[in-house]
Design a protein around this ligand. Structure first.
Ligand code: KIV
Length: 275
């Protein structure tokens, strides 16, 4: 049965955890779809891990639609959330609704995610009123990397912690069906999680969130440009890929590959006529 936003609400009510991974392509989407993972985010982190940008700011609506639709085609049973890229919703409420609509119409996602708390509450309300489920994202929000002066843990002072709680309540009140808490002290994330009736999805926010999300290349040990403290490697796929690439190179150069089993045949009769 397909996981939906109702599944998220049920999990919160029944105190059952939610697992999420990012996903950006059809092949990986098919693997995630066969797994027990509940939902996928086509994150604008694709700017880093798929396109090699140093941050997420250059990611476009067209990127999100292309990668989002690829994932939606492979992840039929999971909730597919597509990120709204930088400057696709900040300009106006109208712009936010139009672009959220494109991520469902053209990207075929089931929900959208956008960054920010109180400041984007009206955007969340309008998108939700258009029938589009919204996942909010507060704490360390990578699209504001320049405003934060780097990727830093958020909510550490009394004032910052109180503002984070207010942001969480504001996005819930505006209609978000869940909220990502990124790089937030674990004990603050616990308080936020207890105060909210919608699920919190943590990344670098400790064990007491209602769910967790990781970038899949990070958790598979494939992306090594930088590795945040909150990442755990559940595999060493990067090393396995490297080993396979080197094995291929060596077999090509020693003519061990391709062998007979990988070759197509032609009738001897035909062959004779070619000489
Ligand atoms: O873009 C992304 O991958 C995200 C997650 C880190 C939550 O926003």
């Amino acid at each position: 049965m397909k996981i939906t936003v109702s599944t998220f609400a049920k999990r919160k009510a029944e105190k059952e955890r939610i697992s999420m991974l990012t996903c950006y392509d059809y092949t990986t989407a098919k693997i995630v779809n066969s797994s027990n993972v509940d939902a996928v985010l086509v994150g604008d982190s694709l700017g880093n891990v798929m396109l090699g940008y140093e941050d997420t700011l250059s990611v476009t609506m067209e990127d999100m639609i292309t990668f989002g639709h690829a994932v939606a085609r492979g992840c039929k049973d999971k909730l597919v959330v597509i990120d709204m890229p930088f400057m696709s919703y900040q300009v106006s409420v109208e712009q936010a609704v139009t672009n959220a609509g494109r991520l469902l119409k053209e990207g075929r996602g089931n929900a959208v995610k956008l960054e920010g708390g109180k400041k984007v509450a009206e955007h969340i309300r309008a998108i939700t009123n258009a029938g589009i489920p919204v996942m909010a994202h507060i704490g360390m929000t990578p699209q504001s990397v320049n405003a934060f002066g780097g990727n830093k843990v958020q909510g550490k002072s009394e004032l910052a912690a109180k503002m984070l709680i207010e942001d969480a309540l504001a996005v819930q009140e505006a209609g978000a069906f869940s909220v990502v808490l990124e790089c937030v002290p674990a004990k603050l994330a616990k308080i936020v999680t207890e105060k909210l009736s919608i699920p919190t999805i943590g990344i670098g926010a400790g064990p007491d969130c209602d769910g967790q999300i990781l970038v899949y290349q990070d958790m598979l040990g494939m992306y090594k440009d930088f590795s945040p403290k909150f990442v755990k490697h559940f595999g060493n796929v990067g090393d396995q890929i490297l080993e396979a690439f080197n094995k291929y190179d060596s077999e090509v150069k020693t003519a061990a590959f391709p062998s007979e089993e990988h070759c197509f045949k032609i009738d001897e009769e035909v062959l004779e006529k070619l000489y």
